[in-house]
Design a protein around this ligand. Structure first.
Ligand SMILES: [Zn+2]
Length: 490
């Protein structure tokens, strides 16, 4: 019949209580005390927490970037996500320059053909030609209700203020949400060549090329436009005091603006990690850059007081040591997004971070983390007493579902919700390492970190996909989540 999770402690965004939970088919059928087993498959959850599956709303699987592609795809990235307790993510479809949104969607649907967990899509607008304005509302029919715009990466993804403002006007009219990568790309484009000309080419200078001021400035600009247009705004990967202040000011004015940070921005620092000897720092190159211990504390405060609503990863893994294989020839014969067919073996990898040896500006930007988010978030947040288990669930599962239009189908434990369930062992000890992780990448940014609290079993819509921390599910069973407009303002 069903699956009965017995004697666990349920953790939702609002409550913690002991109960039995019954799953029938793909959904939660009953939450009650002392349910007779009556032929159900019983999962003994004594001493364990039951939490909704994690939702990571910021990932880049199989992304073309910086002369290569991110190397986790919709199979390896999904399996890694599940092993870490994340059962759904939202990936960014990139509109090809000169193409339409639907061209981008087609490419990403193909990439996602082998999905192992559930997923949704945001649409990253890169080339908003006048004739495409009318296509924006059509995305709602496709279940894509969020648009992403880059205020950075000049001459690649960056849009100007005109485009950002007009997009917000249209989005507001149709209940869509606008997400921004907030860094002033014009200023960055002036700083980078100057540093390189001065011989400052090591990975650590990546941070000098993208100082916190340009993140704060761009955040403020987007926040003000959201206030003027009434568009829901979600500022992705916020890292520092300057941008948090800009967001807090907009929120105090009653603007519909929200913010996200990523797990690594609580832990990784410029001095210790990005500034590591040799080329090691390349492992930690992402944009915006990692910051200082002071900023870590600012982010924790923002998470506690509600200024920040979500913790995601911006998972975008590149090999530290790639570039051995005949990939260039291969890419030439498989144009336009067929990289998921490229077989990556130890001797045949996509190029990685080594592209930027001798020039930090050429290091592919991005860090792996989709598997580690829940464990590191729990360890640094809950075990330290900074946040409660319920706030942890809210930041990692529930708020993402509410903001992005899929609540209460996803993101909570409630009768009728999809049975994405993590059986979490708060006493389980685990050491994070590239030797044992499931992500398809040759390093781990938390290498050697010993965490307490990890998933024991993970269920995707009622089916067990992880047991004892390893994938046991059936591949290809992940499903696209069709999201609705008019999500929450939190
Ligand atoms: Zn990103």
């Amino acid at each position: 019949m069903g699956t009965l999770f017995r004697n666990g402690t349920l953790v939702t965004a609002s409550d913690m209580f002991q109960a039995d939970l019954l799953v029938e088919g793909e959904t939660i059928a009953l939450i009650v005390r002392n349910l007779p087993s009556a032929g159900h498959e019983v999962v003994d959850c004594t001493g364990k927490y039951l939490m909704p599956g994690g939702i990571d709303v910021h990932t880049h699987l199989d992304l073309p970037f910086g002369g290569t592609y991110s190397n986790d795809d919709f199979e390896t990235g999904h399996i890694a996500a599940a092993c870490g307790g994340t059962t759904m993510h939202i990936d960014f479809v990139i509109q090809p320059i000169g193409g339409t949104f639907f061209d981008g969607l087609r490419t990403w649907r193909k990439k996602a053909g082998k999905a192992c967990v559930d997923y949704g899509f945001h649409l990253a607008v890169t080339d908003l030609r006048p004739e495409l304005m009318a296509d924006i509302p059509k995305l709602v029919d496709e279940g894509v209700t969020s648009l992403k715009l880059f205020m950075a990466y000049k001459n690649v993804f960056m849009v100007d203020d005109d485009t950002l403002y007009r997009t917000m006007q249209v989005a507001a009219e149709h209940g869509m949400i606008v997400m921004v990568h907030a860094e002033n790309g014009d200023v960055e484009a002036l700083l980078t060549p100057k540093l390189l000309a001065e011989g400052k080419t090591d990975p650590v200078y990546h941070a000098s090329s993208r100082p916190p001021e340009i993140e704060g400035e761009a955040t403020n600009r987007a926040v003000v436009m959201a206030g003027m247009t009434g568009c829901r705004l979600y500022v992705v990967h916020m890292t520092c005091e300057e941008s948090i202040q800009a967001l807090a000011r907009g929120r105090a004015l009653g603007y519909p603006v929200m913010g996200e940070t990523c797990t690594q921005y609580f832990h990784v620092t410029v001095d210790e990690h990005l500034g590591a000897p040799g080329f090691e720092g390349a492992k930690f190159v992402c944009s915006p850059p990692v910051r200082t211990p002071h900023d870590h504390e600012v982010l924790w405060s923002a998470v506690r007081d509600g200024t920040l609503a979500v913790v995601s990863t911006d998972h975008c893994s590149f090999w530290y040591d790639g570039g051995h294989g005949p990939w260039q020839e291969w890419a030439a014969s498989h144009p336009d997004g067929d990289w998921h067919l490229f077989e990556q073996t130890p001797g045949n990898r996509r190029p990685g971070k080594e592209l930027g040896k001798g020039n930090f500006a050429k290091i592919p930007n991005g860090l792996p983390g989709i598997e580690d988010r829940m464990m590191v978030g729990w360890h640094l947040g809950v075990n330290s007493g900074r946040i409660s288990p319920s706030r942890f669930v809210e930041l990692h599962c529930t708020n993402p579902a509410k903001i992005f239009g899929m609540y209460p189908q996803k993101g909570t434990l409630a009768i009728g919700a999809e049975a994405d369930i993590v059986v979490w062992d708060p006493r389980k000890e685990h050491t994070l390492s590239a030797q044992t992780h499931h992500m398809h990448v040759d390093y781990n940014i938390y290498e050697g970190m010993r965490v307490t609290g990890a998933p024991e079993q993970v269920y995707l819509r009622g089916r067990r996909v992880v047991e004892g921390g390893d994938w046991i599910g059936e591949k290809g069973k992940g499903r696209f989540v069709h999201r609705t407009p008019h999500g929450a303002i939190l």
